[in-house]
Write a protein that binds this ligand. Sequence first.
Ligand code: PLP
Length: 711
Amino acid sequence: MTHDIYLDANATSPVLPAAIAAAADAMGACYGNPSSGHATGLRAKALLDGVRERARRMIGAGAGSVIFTSGATEGIQTAVLSALCAVRERQAAGETVGDLLLYGATEHKAVPEALAHWNRLLGTGLTLRALPVDGEGRHKLDVLRQLAPRAAMVCTMAANNETGTISDLAAIEKALLVTASNAYWMVDSVQALGKLPLALESTRIDYAPFSGHKLYAPKGIGMLYVRDGAPYTALMAGGGQESGQRSGTENMAGIAALGAVLAALETGDTFRTPAQLHACRERLVASLREALPGIVFNTPLHASLPTTVNFSVEGLSGRDLLDVFDAAGMRVSAGSACSAAKAAPSYVLEAMELPDWRSASAVRLSFGPAVDDAFIDAACERIAHCGRAMHTGGLVPHALRREVREDVIRLGLDGATTWLVLDEASRSCVVIDPIGALGERIASMIRSGDYRVRGIIGTSTCGDQPPVRAALGALLAEQIDFTGSADPFGWPAGSDRVSLDDGTRTDGIALGGQVIARVPHGGDTSQSYLMGANSDGALHAADVRFAFTGATPAELLHDAVQRMTALLNGDTVVCPSLDSANLVCTTPTAGARPVPPLDSMELQPAELDRFLRERPDAILVDVRDPWEHEAGRPMIQGRTAFNVPLSRLPSQLAQWLGGVESRPLVFICRLGTRSQRAAQCLHRAGYTQAWHLGGGLALHFSNRKTGLSHP
Ligand code: PLP
């Protein structure tokens, strides 16, 4: 059993034990309402005042005020509302106010969203303008100097949450001063607290929001610094708490907890110094460099918070990296919003004008200043483990030479599928329906496995298929082992002839002892391919293991299969190239069989143990990618899972369907999505002994310890 390594502190941090104790005390012994005049209330009031005083000292608030909020998002709203109400009053009084709301292009979304929201609601009619940043993520000061005279409000964060880039606030202040800008200035200081020195009163900053949960306090507590004399409009009116500046009974548990964190910051006994944090990060960076050849850091380390690293690895998607880290029990974050198949590029890295691949595949590691050496040791060890898993699992391109037992590999992206047919004995392969975006990956798999390419063919002549096939051909020029032809499906010239069971003779590509035969569909825009053992120039229906067809949706797939019915057997695995129905693969008889309801094949985490006890012959099948499996091999009740990623499921299905016994299979994956597809796929194919773990490993091992083995 291994503990999680939590490296996502910029998203949120664990709560400091002293903060938990302080919150418990504020809910226990010191439960009073600070507005009550009796002794119980007065004790709570003393606590509240004490925390506020400490907060003022820690951020150097001077004569400015500190208002407790629910978090930074509320602080940002309050600051923007306050500034825009003042702008509106000045507009009404006929004063010159700027026409721009200027915000750093890499600000947290809360900032531009709040600006747009309040600008609309208050009818201030200003124009939002993003202030560009340079390649290091720092604001472009020349643009600021140019626009500052037109700005009614300027918002520039102290440090960026994705990249850790530290803004040059002194230079921004200077730009505002030299241009005699009268803009209100907000500095989102969320990521600065505890990591950078703050002396707000000595600056021109009008508003500075903070958030407790980014520095070991709980979620739901934050504070807003307001410069003495800066305009203020309360966001919430009511009982007049916080001197009428923020009504509502105070979140005393949160305030007490934040107070404990600030006390730790003040006494200096809990948090590491910047120099120590830099040393910690250097060790992580060294491990990353070692584990991930080709790594590039997206922010220069000297210009970023010592607790943040943002990087990309050429050839690896952020999703793949995240999956490996997560499988190893290491919680990191994509520098960008990720969906299962595709990463949306990070707007922060895009604003820095980094190459597309870097902004689409960035990963962020961040830790808090209470880090200790034992944690960094463990993190470095885990990073090294992930690096090894990526090599063994075949994710790192130059290490792909591995034993490939399977002969059909499925590579999917957004509902489209490429089929890679490999014959290990002859080390030859055929690519069917390559996807443009996967070209590099397909090419590196083939190159590193040292396969000769006997054909790059398509099931369709439509769309971008012909140019994509040609581009892959160019990437694989050294491996190509066929003569191109003018055939619109990419079929190689001079291929063999093979006879099929309906008496027809067709073209075939020999792959060792197997053959891929083409089956025209009558029209001239689509065709299917059959694959199986070559019996003296014939491919018999009983030997057809795979049928590749481009036709979906389901009815069309069924039609295509019907037309070939005399050429297939009941266990032929049908592989669609367009898989909008998420079938993965199917069989000719699948349509005729009722598919059981989804919950009947789902095992809840609590049921799994009983199921495994009652079915000792059950096999656990991990359908995650091999590098995820290698990073954390799931072991449940002493049983190690056997790895069949979805890319290899069709190949494995052919073996399961052809096997003599059908043992119960329990599919598992990270979140329960891939495992559900696998279980459904098996049921459709008539293999009814298939279940999956609902909610995935993430829920099964939700008790902070993982059941993963990290060799
Ligand atoms: N600003 C920055 C820089 C942040 O990192 C965050 C948190 O993600 C916020 C604002 C919003 O903070 P809160 O969650 O306290 O509303």
